[in-house]
Design a protein around this ligand. Structure first.
Ligand code: ITT
Length: 198
C-alpha cells in the first residue's frame, strides 16, 4: 500500500521520511505524480490548509495522501507569522528573508517576551474522501541571532530552553523526537495503523 507525501518542502520531506521509514507502507513523494497543481493555501488555520492539501492530493493520485501544514506562532507578534510562515517576507518563499524579517520585528522585544511555538497539523486523506487529522505543538524562544546549521526554515532562531539548543543544533532524530511535526506524525501513524494495518 502506498502513502503519498503531499508536500514540496524538502525539509519536511526529510523529517517525515525518516520517521516513516519503518511504516508498512511504501512512502512516495507527490513529485512522482507530474501535473499535480499547486494547492492555494487560503485557509486561516493550519487544520484547514492541511486538510485541503491532503484531500487535493488524494483526489489527484487516488492514493492515501499525507499533508503537513505548519508554522511559527510568536506571542509578541500576536501569533504571526502563523499560517503565513512560509511566505512571511513575501514571494518567493525564502527562509533566510523570513528569518531576517522576524529578527527585525522582534529587535526591541525583551528576552522574557520572545516566546512562541511551532504548530503542525498533519492530515491523512483517503481516496474515498475521508480525512483524518493530528496536531503537534512545540514551545520555545526566539533568539536574537541564528544558531546552528541543521533543519530548515526558522530552526536556527528557535531555541529550546530545556535542551539549551536551537532546533538547528539538533540532529534529525533529536528534532523529530520533540518537534511539533514529530508529535503530529506519531499520532497520524497511529491513525494509519488503525485504518490499514489491522
Ligand atoms: P508545503 O505546503 O508544500 O508542505 P510549505 O513550506 O509551503 O510547503 P507550509 O505552508 O506549511 O508549507 O509552511 C510551513 C512554514 O513554516 C515553513 O516554510 C517554515 O517557514 C515554517 N516551519 C514549519 N515547520 C518548521 C520547522 O520544523 N522548522 C522550521 N520552520 C518550520
Amino acid at each position: 500500500m502506498k502513502l503519498v507525501l503531499a508536500t514540496n518542502n524538502k525539509g519536511k520531506v526529510k523529517e517525515l521520511a525518516e520517521m516513516l521509514k519503518h511504516l508498512q507502507m511504501q512512502v512516495i513523494s507527490i513529485g512522482e505524480y507530474p501535473g499535480f497543481p499547486e494547492v492555494e493555501e487560503d485557509g486561516t488555520t493550519f487544520m484547514a490548509n492541511a486538510v485541503k492539501k491532503a484531500a487535493a492530493a488524494a483526489g489527484f493520485t487516488g492514493e492515501i495522501c499525507l499533508a503537513d501544514d505548519s508554522g511559527l506562532e510568536v506571542d509578541a507578534l500576536g501569533g504571526a507569522p502563523g499560517v503565513y510562515s512560509a511566505r512571511f517576507a513575501g514571494e518567493p518563499k525564502d527562509d533566510a528573508a523570513n528569518n531576517r524579517k522576524l529578527l527585525q520585528l522582534l529587535a526591541d522585544v525583551p528576552d522574557e517576551q520572545r516566546t512562541g511555538r511551532f504548530r503542525c497539523v498533519i492530515a491523512v486523506a483517503e481516496p474515498g474522501g475521508a480525512v483524518h487529522t493530528a496536531e503537534g505543538v512545540c514551545e520555545g524562544v526566539i533568539l536574537r541571532e541564528l544558531k546552528g546549521e541543521g533543519g530548515f526554515g526558522y530552526d536556527p532562531l528557535f531555541y529550546l530552553p530545556a535542551y539549551q539548543k536551537t532546533f538547528a543544533e539538533l540532529n534529525l532524530e533529536q528534532k523529530n523526537a520533540i518537534s511539533h511535526r514529530g508529535q503530529a506524525l506519531r499520532k497520524a501513524v497511529e491513525i494509519l495503523n488503525r485504518l490499514y494495518v489491522n
